[in-house]
Design a protein around this ligand. Structure first.
Ligand code: UD1
Length: 432
């Protein structure tokens, strides 16, 4: 979610320009009215912010893995035409598999609109005679809807605390009222703050919310204390605060099963070239900026810092293909549904475990596009760290999930998205 924006036909820079997702204003596939739901026995997964970059890829992977999905999105930082593309890709996938495509429902609403969300949840409420607690056909919620622009969070912190933190509190309280207590939270490696800069992969136990002792597979143990170190901006603090709130909620009520997924640097897009990162806001992350340079909207990439303590002097990040990241959510949901963990609040890093420098990313993008990317070396960006890479042991072992795609795959898929962005899905056959 982001600041509301009217039309994509306005100035590309001031409104945050788009790469090419068609600006369908209304979906021809789905209505907004929650009272139109009639498939009374199906189970669903609720996805807030499900038309955004990570949300849309995750919704697609959920559909591919057989889950019915309800998306809530207020379209503040996404386009409704993405919905049509997700449906198209899911249908093509299931046609090829010879399987039945699950249902996708879309509600254009703000996840903070408790009245509207209640009305929606009523449709999925399972009323059992003499039952003490409510049950729902919604078997889990994945919460992406949040503001995420670091610089804006410094300028307008209350906007971030109101939406990301207050919004989350009201939302989970409402879900709890309806007995929906399987919850996956979109967190970020930003919760590690300056700990990232030690130059070694980050372990989940480096940031915990309750005091405890962590056991390792080799039999060793480590005492851990709650807290955060060196988070440099309000956006990052909202992620940490939300995790802490969710950890307290889980500790207070054993019926909750909550997983916080700490994303490293998601890049790339679905290989079809029909889904991608197409924000309404002005991009600040590396790959979206590179895309702007490739499309000619920006003159050059400013490389923030070439004096980091890294082999080529540019900063190192753990760039994870968004489709791998999306599958990580499916794995986390499976783990919750199968009650695999004894703890009811868990954190997992979603990263590759391998770092690449900013320069390596630029070189990889130049290789797939066969065009040079204009760049200038400038000062470090305030608040940046030189190194941030995921430790992946816990997610591999406990989620039985690992990344499959490389930096080159991500760059190739992104380039494909740039080429195919304006494609009308009705013209695309089952080749995607
Ligand atoms: C940023 C956020 C982080 C958030 C994450 C989400 C900051 C300080 N951190 O992480 O809180 O969770 O995005 O994806 O913004 N770079 C350039 N030129 C650019 C843009 C980026 O050189 O125009 C460099 C950055 O300095 C950094 C690397 O590319 O070294 C990655 O930057 P970015 O994509 O913004 O991600 P993070 O800073 O890692």
């Amino acid at each position: 979610m982001g600041s509301p924006s009217s039309s994509r036909s306005s100035s590309p820079i001031s409104e945050g320009s788009v790469i090419g997702t068609p600006s369908t204003e209304r979906s021809v596939l789905f209505g907004d009215a929650p009272d139109s739901f009639d498939d009374a026995h199906e189970e669903f997964v609720l996805v807030t912010g499900g038309l955004g970059f990570i949300g849309s890829h995750t919704s697609l992977e959920l559909l591919k893995s057989g889950h019915n999905v309800i998306i809530i999105d207020n379209l503040s930082n996404a386009f409704e035409s993405v919905l049509e593309r997700v449906v198209h890709l899911a249908k093509v996938y299931h046609e090829l598999q010879g399987s039945v495509c699950p249902t996708l429902k879309f509600c254009k609403l703000d996840y903070r609109d408790s009245e509207a969300v209640s009305k929606l949840l009523d449709e999925f409420d399972v009323r059992r005679a003499h039952a003490f607690s409510r049950q729902s056909r919604i078997t889990g919620a994945i919460h992406f809807a949040a503001y995420k622009a670091v610089s804006e969070s410094i300028q307008i912190p209350l906007k971030y605390y109101r939406n990301n933190v207050s919004g989350l509190i009201d939302f989970v309280a409402l879900l709890g009222d309806y007995g929906i207590k399987n919850f996956i939270f979109s967190s970020s490696a930003t919760v590690y703050g300056s700990l990232a800069d030690r130059g070694v992969p980050l372990k989940e136990e480096d940031c915990v919310h309750h005091e405890g002792v962590v056991s390792h597979v080799d039999g060793s143990t480590r005492a851990v204390k709650p807290g955060c170190v060196g988070i440099t901006n309000p956006y990052g603090r909202t992620k940490w605060m939300c995790e802490a709130i969710l950890a307290d909620l889980a500790a207070s009520d054993s019926e909750w099963s909550i997983t916080a997924l700490r994303y490293f640097n998601p890049i790339g897009c679905d290989p079809s070239g029909l889904l991608g990162e197409d924000p309404r806001q002005i991009p600040t992350n590396l790959l979206p900026v590179i895309v702007k340079v490739m499309t000619g909207e920006y003159r050059q990439l400013s490389v923030f810092g070439s004096d980091w303590d890294t082999p080529d002097g540019t900063a190192i990040r753990d760039f994870i293909h968004v489709s791998d990241l999306a599958r990580g959510h499916v794995a986390a949901l499976r783990s919750i549904h199968q009650a695999k963990s004894t703890a009811n609040f868990n954190t997992f890093n979603l990263g590759t475990g391998t770092g690449h420098s900013v320069r390596e990313v630029v070189t990889a993008m130049e290789a797939v596009s066969e065009k040079p990317i204009a760049q200038a070396l400038v000062d470090r960006r305030p608040g940046d760290v030189g190194f941030c890479v995921a430790g992946v042991d816990r997610s591999r072992q406990e989620l039985a999930w690992k990344t499959e795609k490389s930096l080159e795959d991500a760059c190739r898929d992104l380039y494909n998205f740039l080429q195919r962005g304006e494609t009308d899905v009705s013209q695309v056959g089952s080749s995607v």
